[in-house]
Design a protein around this ligand. Structure first.
Ligand SMILES: [Zn+2]
Length: 102
């Protein structure tokens, strides 16, 4: 039998008894350069053609993608799930920690 533990509090989740929530996080570089409007894009392409494009060939785009693309998967109990939804990136707790130095 597959057993799951909550990745936040470590509580073991019993199938059929506990509700288990799955959190999937994808992190990757946004390809903003692909969305440049056509005029600007044409200019950019001309620049590339004029220059020696040997440097461009050395960059393996697949390799870059695999480095910059990351996925995370977490199992959460219902308690941690609702806690997580209030502050998915722990932004609030980071701020709280920074400003509550008494
Ligand atoms: Zn939990």
């Amino acid at each position: 039998m597959i057993r799951f533990n909550c990745d936040m509090c470590g509580r073991s989740l019993v199938p059929e008894e506990d509700v288990r929530y799955v959190v999937k996080i994808e992190v990757y570089a946004a390809c903003d350069s692909m969305e440049i409007d056509d005029d600007f894009n044409e200019e950019l392409m001309n620049d590339f053609e004029e220059e020696d494009d040997e440097e461009m060939d050395n960059i393996d785009s697949d390799e870059i993608d695999s480095i910059e693309y990351k996925t995370f998967r977490y199992d959460l109990c219902s308690k941690c799930h609702s806690k997580y939804l209030q502050d998915p990136l722990s932004i609030k707790s980071i701020r709280r920690g920074r400003f509550s130095e008494n």
